[in-house]
Write a protein that binds this ligand. Structure first.
Ligand code: ADP
Ligand code: ADP
Ligand code: MG
Length: 537
């Protein structure tokens, strides 16, 4: 009794409900006597995309190892056998699945979470990697669809993050398998590319079982049919709920409470306030900037409109990859000189670049304390350090941090400096869904409470929606030409941005979160005809 899919039928449910870790007595798998324990498993099913929603360190990869047959679950005891597994799952949805696993007849194709490791193992031409994985003979089509034709002749080691991500997705999709697992598709990709990959994965799922982990909730929402929420204590234990419909799962997760399980996964809800725009004339202007242009030798040219930045506002910055967003930020931060136009912004700026260097050989605590005495103030500790979970990293050396850990340190360092304006380039990168929501809250409160202005470039629509009061939209042709518009209201900015992407969003009736409309659905057509791509409230 009491684990895997039967977790909810367990006679010890009463104990489960309180949610005490010691009461979780029947794990699906435990790594050693005091090791991490996983409770429950996702159930991959042919014909649909199954999603897993939850923080990192909660057992998602462990579950996938089990489902792909590389790890025999031990049910908390020593040594596991497939016979025992089959006995355990007799009469459940996982029985046939594990029968195929035990007979070695289940083929699995997997896209790893950390694509940065691929160039370490494979240094040949991209076309060689793709040819090797092309069991289905569909690589030409995939190369076309994922916009990879210009890079197939390059070495894997020379690809950008976004290119490598799409190569990894193509390689996983081209294999002939029964079960496909994509461990995050969105890192390094812009929204257009995320949606494009999501559509491809949905097509695979028409005939195969597909499991995805995804921390961009707008993408998970449009991609998955059903979702297992994963909760627990990262590194300690993790529980996979029974599958829920994707809308319900995300709404419950945002609210922080899972009614079927009677478990609170977070003390408070993550909420989307649909705030009316502030009356612009009433807010003081922090700075006016003039238009400028910047052309790189290799060819890319950026042009910007002049604009006005308000005191205490958060400005979101959106646009495809390679359109000049980071260049814009670097010019504002004074790291890159514009060719034409002079900024003349007489304000101090604190800047977190998109690509963070980890070459300071110092413990996190000394690095952060060295930035400003503000770091140890009780305000900063309560508002920034604790919510971002930095205390656990204090004694770690900066070069040893993982991507997500380094990101949180860099965000903290940026906010710790005294400045009039804070620039954050892609703060959601490498963060899991829970950390993204914390970072969003921290930046928003920091700006509100201190009357400071922040500019945030990000591809996560939920983050942009929750954070921004106004938007700067970038348009043009990636890698060739980019144009930055003057700041627009959220309504006008989102309309411009989404009409370029050719998608419409509505708001969820319950949580007010944005949801992608199905192309050509009634709402989609209605909103398009009115020119309301964002939401019609
Ligand atoms: P997620 O994919 O949700 O980030 P993982 O399944 O990778 O989580 O890991 C969950 C926990 O299990 C982590 O604390 C990790 O350190 C631990 N863990 C993973 N693999 C092993 C292993 N082979 N032996 C012991 N502990 C492990
Ligand atoms: P985004 O942040 O919108 O992805 P970037 O500002 O990073 O865009 O880059 C815009 C374009 O300029 C890209 O094609 C990029 O390759 C190019 N680029 C960026 N920095 C340099 C540089 N230092 N020298 C030459 N080209 C550059
Ligand atoms: Mg950038």
């Amino acid at each position: 009794v009491g684990c895997g899919i039967c977790i909810n039928r367990c006679p010890f449910d009463a104990i489960m409900i309180i949610g005490l870790p010691e009461a979780l007595k029947f794990p699906t798998h435990r790594y050693g006597p005091n090791g991490f324990a996983l409770y429950g498993l996702p159930v991959p099913q042919k014909g649909r995309v199954t999603g897993i929603l939850g923080p990192n360190g909660i057992g998602k990869s462990t579950a996938v190892q089990i489902l792909s047959g590389r790890l025999v679950p031990n049910f908390g005891e020593e040594g596991g056998t497939w016979d025992r597994v089959l006995e355990h799952y007799a009469g459940t949805a996982l029985y046939d699945y594990f029968k195929a696993v035990a007979n070695d007849s289940l083929k699995v194709s997997q896209k790893p979470q950390y694509i940065d490791l691929i160039p370490k193992a494979f240094k040949d031409k991209t076309s060689a990697l793709l040819a090797r994985t092309d069991d289905r003979g569909i690589m030409d089509e995939l190369v076309e669809r994922l916009d990879l034709s210009h890079i197939v002749d390059r070495n894997i080691t020379e690809l950008s993050g976004g290119e490598l991500q799409r190569v990894a997705i193509a390689a996983c999709a081209a294999k002939d398998a029964d079960f496909y697992f994509f461990d995050e598709i969105s890192p390094y990709l812009d929204i257009y590319q995320r949606i494009n990959c999501a559509k491809l994965i949905q097509e695979i799922a028409q005939e195969k079982a597909v499991l995805v982990v995804e921390h961009d909730l707008a993408i998970l929402d449009m991609l998955a049919d059903i979702v297992h929420v994963a909760y627990g204590e990262p590194g300690g234990y993790g529980v996979m709920t029974l599958p829920k419909g994707v809308r319900i799962a995300i709404n419950q997760y945002l609210k922080g409470y899972l009614p079927e399980e009677n478990v609170r996964v977070r003390p408070e809800a993550i909420s989307f306030e649909v705030h009316p725009p502030r009356n612009e004339t009433e807010i003081d202007t922090l700075v006016d900037y003039s238009s400028f242009s910047k052309k790189y030798k290799e060819g890319f040219a950026l042009e910007t409109d002049s604009g006005s930045i308000k005191q205490g506002e958060v400005l979101g910055i959106v646009g495809p990859n390679g359109i000049g967003k980071s260049t814009f930020m670097k010019v504002l931060a004074g790291e890159v000189e514009p060719d034409e136009g002079k900024l003349d912004m007489n304000i101090s700026i604190s800047y977190k670049p998109q690509y963070i260097k980890a070459d300071i050989h110092m413990q996190v605590q000394f690095f952060l304390r060295g930035i400003s005495r503000k770091f140890d103030s009780s305000y900063f500790q309560t508002e920034v350090v604790k919510p971002l979970g930095l205390e656990k990293l204090y004694e770690r050396s900066i070069p040893e941090l993982s991507g997500g850990e380094l990101q949180r340190v860099a965000i903290t360092a940026c906010l710790c400096r005294d400045a009039d304006m804070y620039l954050l380039d892609e703060p959601s990168a490498h963060l899991d869904v829970e950390q993204r929501s914390m970072v969003t809250k921290v930046i928003k409160r920091f700006a509100e409470n201190n009357g400071k202005t922040a500019m945030v470039v990000d591809h996560d629509i939920y983050m942009i929606d929750m954070l921004s009061e106004r938007l700067i939209v970038f348009e043009g042709e990636p890698a060739v030409y980019g144009k930055a518009h003057a700041p627009l209201s959220m309504h006008d900015g989102m309309n411009k941005f989404l009409s370029n992407l050719n998608i419409t969003f509505r708001r969820d009736e319950d949580t007010r979160r944005p949801r992608v409309n199905k192309p050509d659905s009634r709402l989609d057509r209605e909103q398009r005809s009115k020119g309301e791509y964002y939401y019609n409230v």
